[in-house]
Structure formats: C-alpha cells, structure tokens
Design a protein around this ligand. Structure first.
Ligand code: HEC
Ligand code: HEC
Ligand code: HEC
Ligand code: HEC
Ligand code: HEC
Ligand code: HEC
Ligand code: HEC
Length: 322
C-alpha cells in the first residue's frame, strides 16, 4: 500500500487552480457543484464527507493506526444529526488506516482528487478535497504545461457505455456479466450507473443515452429531462391517465433508502402503480419475473461492488461502502 502510494506520487496532477488559469468559466461553475464540496477539512481536524445536499458524515483520525467514522451524521431532510447509515448507535465505527479492504482510504479516494498522501503522524492527506477537474479528466500536468487536444481526456468524446463507466468509478460500475445485483435493496439505487445499465432506453438506443444526456458536467443546474424523453418518445402510448405529472415521477421513481436519504431509480421503465415503496424498486415486468429467493438475496448482497468492504446492517442485509 505504501509502495502504491509512492508510485502514485509520480503521476503529474496539476490541481484545479492550474486548470482554472485557462478554463476560468468552467472552474468557476464547477467550484459551485456538490462534486467540488464532497469533502471539506474542518477546523477541528474532522473531515466532512458529503456536500450537504443530502447529508454530511464526519471522519477523524483517532491515532496513528486508525480513523473513526462518526456515528452521527447531519441530514438536510431533518436538519439534525441522526445515526450514520449502517450504524446502530452514536459511538462510531473505527477503521484501521491500512486494513486490507482499505475502507477509509476508499472514502478519501472517491471524495477527493489526485493522490492521497500520508502526512506526518500517518494522517491521510488528499491532494485536493472534493471531486475536481482531474477526477474526471485524469492527471493533467502534461496538458497544463503544454495544452493540446491530444494530451487530456475529453469525456464528451467517449461513447455512452464508457461515460457510464467513468462516472461509475465512483457512482459504481454496472454489474459484470453473470454477477447478481440485489434489486430489492433500496440502498442500491444510489448506484445510478448500475440501474441505468439495465434500462431499455440505454440498451436499445444505440449508445445515445448517457449520464451526460441528463446531467451537466460542470454544474448542478437541472437539465430539461422531459425534453430528453421527448427526443426519443415523441408520442408515448399511454392507457393510464398521466395528467400533468412529469415523466420521471412514474418512470424514474424516487426511492427512500432510509427515512432521511432518497435516490432516483435510474432503471427507466414501466413501474407498477400505485408507486408503493416496493413497486419503486424495479420495473413491473422484472418484479414478476421471479429472481432470487429472499434467503439467497441476503447472501448475494451487493456482489457487483469491486474490492469488497461490506458491512452488515440489520434489516437491509448488506450495505456497501456508502
Ligand atoms: C495554459 C492554459 C491551459 C491550462 C493550464 C489547461 N488547459 Fe485545457 N486546454 C487549453 C487549450 C488552449 C485547449 C484547447 C486546445 C486546442 O483546441 O488545441 C484546452 C483543451 C482542454 C480540453 C479539451 C480537450 C479536447 O479533446 O478537446 C480539456 C478537457 C481540458 N483542456 C481540460 C483541462 C484540465 C482538466 C486542466 C487542468 C489539469 C487544463 N485543461 C489546463 C488550455 C489550458
Ligand atoms: C471521483 C469520484 C466521482 C466521479 C468520477 C463522479 N462523481 Fe458524481 N459524485 C461524487 C460524489 C462523492 C458525489 C456526492 C456529492 C455530495 O456530497 O453531495 C457526487 C454527486 C453527483 C451528483 C449529484 C449532484 C447533486 O446536485 O446532488 C450527480 C448528478 C453526479 N455526481 C453525476 C456525475 C456524473 C454524470 C459523473 C461522470 C461524468 C460523475 N458524477 C463522476 C463522486 C464522483
Ligand atoms: C466508490 C466510491 C465511494 C466511496 C468508497 C465512498 N463514497 Fe461517499 N459517495 C460516493 C458517491 C458517488 C456519492 C453520491 C451518492 C449519491 O448521492 O447518489 C457519495 C455520497 C456520500 C455522502 C452524501 C450523502 C449520501 O449518502 O448520499 C456522504 C455523507 C458520504 N458519501 C460519505 C462517505 C464516507 C464516510 C465514506 C467512507 C466510509 C464514503 N462516503 C465512501 C462515492 C463513494
Ligand atoms: C464530474 C466529472 C468532471 C469534472 C469534475 C470536471 N469535468 Fe470537465 N468535462 C467533463 C465532461 C463529462 C465533459 C464533456 C462535456 C460534454 O461534452 O458534454 C467535460 C468537458 C470539459 C472541457 C471541454 C469542453 C468544454 O466544455 O469546453 C474542458 C475544457 C473541461 N471539461 C475542463 C474542466 C475543468 C477545468 C474542470 C475543473 C474545474 C473540470 N473540467 C471538471 C467532466 C468533468
Ligand atoms: C436516446 C433515446 C431515448 C431517451 C432519451 C429515452 N428513451 Fe426511453 N426508450 C428508448 C428505447 C430505444 C426504448 C426501447 C423501445 C423498444 O423496446 O421498442 C425505450 C423504452 C422506454 C420505456 C419502456 C420500458 C421497457 O422496459 O420496455 C419507457 C417507459 C421509456 N423508454 C421511458 C422514457 C422516459 C420517461 C425517458 C426520459 C426520462 C426516456 N425514456 C428517455 C430510448 C430512449
Ligand atoms: C434520462 C435522464 C437521466 C440519465 C440518463 C441519468 N440521470 Fe441521474 N438523475 C436524473 C434525474 C431526473 C434525477 C433526479 C433529479 C432531481 O431530483 O432533481 C437524477 C439524479 C441523479 C443523482 C442524485 C442522486 C439521486 O439518485 O437522486 C445522481 C448522483 C445521478 N443522477 C447520477 C447519474 C449518473 C452517474 C448517470 C449515468 C450513469 C445518470 N445520473 C444518468 C436523470 C438522469
Ligand atoms: C402517471 C404515471 C405516468 C406518467 C406521468 C408518464 N407515464 Fe409513461 N407509462 C406509464 C404506464 C403505467 C405505462 C404502461 C402503459 C400504460 O399503462 O399506459 C407507460 C408507458 C410508457 C412507455 C412505453 C409505451 C410506449 O409508448 O412504448 C413510454 C415510452 C412512456 N410511458 C414514456 C413516457 C413519457 C415520455 C412521459 C412524459 C411525457 C410519461 N411516459 C409519463 C405511466 C406514466
């Protein structure tokens, strides 16, 4: 692990300030996103994970060998502290900094940009907190010195599946072939690429639908998703009265993973109405197709997650690393 860290240090990251010198507009806009504030250093040595759009979880170093994920997180929906997902009390969960599954390193990995260094006292020190330029564009030191089209990744030139994978590096990969995903676990809907990869819209549109069809790269300002639907579905055939509801209310329903956190089901499809909590988990045709027995389901858990690191929690069976 220490060797891997040392090797990674050789990768030439430039940092957002350097990119911003030439791409000022983008840097300004991107600086205002939830991505940019996905991690912040607190004055008291605590790290705040999560921008606060939905929640913030605190993490702090306990000693040279361990970090603590605090047992209480702040939730916007409630505007107060409540148990962190996966926790059953306020004590918090202690992680060994260099455990085999490197759970705590992985928190920093997805919530920061560039190389996570080891500072004095075996403190983890991310190069740049938050999801910034080079998290998506790759190390850009060469490009910043000598800007050329060919020496930096432009995700706009990738096909839909490759964009799904790029975003999936953090939002989680589509399941590998032959790997089971537990669709009954509402927590899994937070892994948007996994769900989008199952949708007929994604599979049958010849690579025209990607995360970028509905999300801006450098801003959280919502796009007109209904207009997107209309590009491919000018006149959907409805028997059901749809009224003035938005397409996504029925075809991409919100799923409550807990009392305080909700995600959008990215498996665009026809869901059984009325939209009870269970009916929101999978399109109706899938729900009646059988699938896993409840017992097996518990064992399978989220096996699509690469690298392991699962924690068991009460009623939902398994809960991936956030
Ligand atoms: C010294 C100015 C400068 C800096 C610093 C710089 N860029 Fe660029 N960048 C450019 C210019 C100029 C172009 C357009 C090149 C062209 O069209 O030939 C460009 C193009 C790009 C492109 C599009 C590439 C393509 O395939 O069309 C991306 C993406 C990009 N830059 C990202 C970054 C990132 C990320 C950083 C920081 C790591 C960065 N740039 C730093 C000047 C800069
Ligand atoms: C380096 C990891 C990483 C990558 C790569 C990444 N994301 Fe994210 N993304 C995050 C994290 C962490 C958050 C949570 C931010 C927060 O705390 O609210 C997030 C949040 C989001 C949100 C929610 C924003 C909001 O307003 O709440 C969207 C949408 C999103 N990402 C889309 C994308 C897309 C599209 C891509 C690919 C082009 C992508 N992300 C690539 C880590 C990543
Ligand atoms: C594989 C990448 C990855 C790892 C590892 C990871 N996160 Fe995240 N995290 C994300 C993404 C992506 C989001 C955005 C989820 C969303 O809103 O859809 C997120 C969101 C969050 C949020 C905002 C609230 C929420 O649940 O959406 C908090 C808080 C958070 N993560 C804390 C942590 C902590 C603490 C750890 C380590 C124990 C961790 N994360 C590990 C990728 C990761
Ligand atoms: C969440 C991933 C993500 C982050 C973070 C990100 N970008 Fe991008 N960037 C993209 C994607 C995706 C595209 C392609 C957009 C498209 O073609 O629709 C892109 C395109 C670009 C382009 C070329 C096209 C254009 O809009 O001019 C430049 C330059 C660029 N990004 C610079 C930056 C800089 C500078 C930062 C940091 C301030 C940054 N990006 C942060 C994903 C990201
Ligand atoms: C890039 C084109 C494209 C976009 C954008 C798109 N779809 Fe689709 N969608 C398709 C294709 C192709 C199919 C498969 C049609 C078939 O099987 O004949 C499909 C199928 C569907 C189905 C039937 C589901 C099933 O499993 O058979 C629904 C419902 C649907 N789309 C709704 C939507 C909604 C709502 C949106 C906007 C949020 C949307 N689509 C955006 C291309 C698209
Ligand atoms: C057909 C349109 C569409 C596509 C394609 C799409 N999204 Fe979304 N996404 C949405 C909508 C609609 C929301 C809900 C926005 C809201 O509530 O304001 C959303 C919300 C999100 C959120 C916020 C958390 C949540 O689940 O509500 C994240 C993160 C996200 N999308 C990531 C992605 C990623 C990564 C991809 C590519 C794998 C992607 N999205 C593809 C429409 C789309
Ligand atoms: C009130 C919930 C609801 C809303 C809102 C809604 N739909 Fe549907 N949609 C359904 C149901 C249910 C079906 C299955 C057929 C039926 O019962 O009408 C369906 C079927 C579909 C299909 C598959 C049938 C076909 O034409 O191939 C598509 C595509 C579709 N809807 C797209 C859309 C789009 C685009 C919008 C927004 C303009 C939208 N829907 C709004 C509930 C809804």
């Amino acid at each position: 692990m220490i060797l891997a860290l040392a090797a990674a240090l050789a990768v030439p990251y430039a940092g957002t300030a350097a990119c911003g010198a030439c791409h000022g507009e983008i840097a300004k806009s991107q600086g205002g996103t939830a991505h940019a504030s996905a991690l912040k250093a607190g004055a008291d040595g605590r790290w705040a994970f999560g921008s606060g759009v939905q929640a913030i979880t605190y993490v702090s170093q306990v000693d040279e060998d361990s970090y603590l994920e605090h047992g209480l997180s702040w939730y916007r929906k409630a505007d107060r502290l409540h148990f962190t997902p996966g926790h059953e009390d306020a004590k918090g969960v202690r992680y060994r900094t260099f455990a085999a599954d490197s759970a705590i390193m992985r928190c920093f990995g997805c919530h920061s940009t560039g190389t996570v260094r080891l500072a004095e006292g075996r403190k983890l020190q991310p190069a740049e907190p938050g999801v910034r330029c080079e998290a998506c564009h790759g190390a850009g030191g060469e490009h910043a010195k000598k800007p050329e089209v060919g020496n930096i990744r432009h995700p706009g030139k990738l096909d839909a599946a490759a964009v799904n994978n790029l975003c999936g590096e953090c939002h989680r990969m589509p399941p590998a072939q032959g790997v089971a995903t537990n669709w009954e676990n509402p927590w899994n809907t937070r892994h948007q690429p996994v769900y989008l990869s199952q949708a007929a819209c994604f599979l049958k549109s010849g690579g025209q639908l990607s995360c970028l069809s509905c999300h801006r790269a450098h801003s959280d300002e919502p796009m007109n998703v209904e207009a997107k639907c209309a590009e491919c579905h000018a006149k959907p055939r409805h028997v059901t009265a749809v009224g003035k509801q938005r397409c996504v209310e029925c075809h991409m329903p919100k799923v409550e993973a807990s009392e305080w956190l909700a995600f959008t089901n990215h498996w665009i499809g026809v869901y059984e109405l009325p939209l009870t909590p269970r009916n929101r988990l999978r399109p109706r045709a899938e729900r009646t197709r059988g699938g896993l027995t409840p017992g097996l389901r518990k064992q399978v858990g989220e096996v699509f997650e690469r690298g392991g690191g699962f924690r068991a929690i009460g009623s939902v069976g398994f809960f991936g690393d956030r």
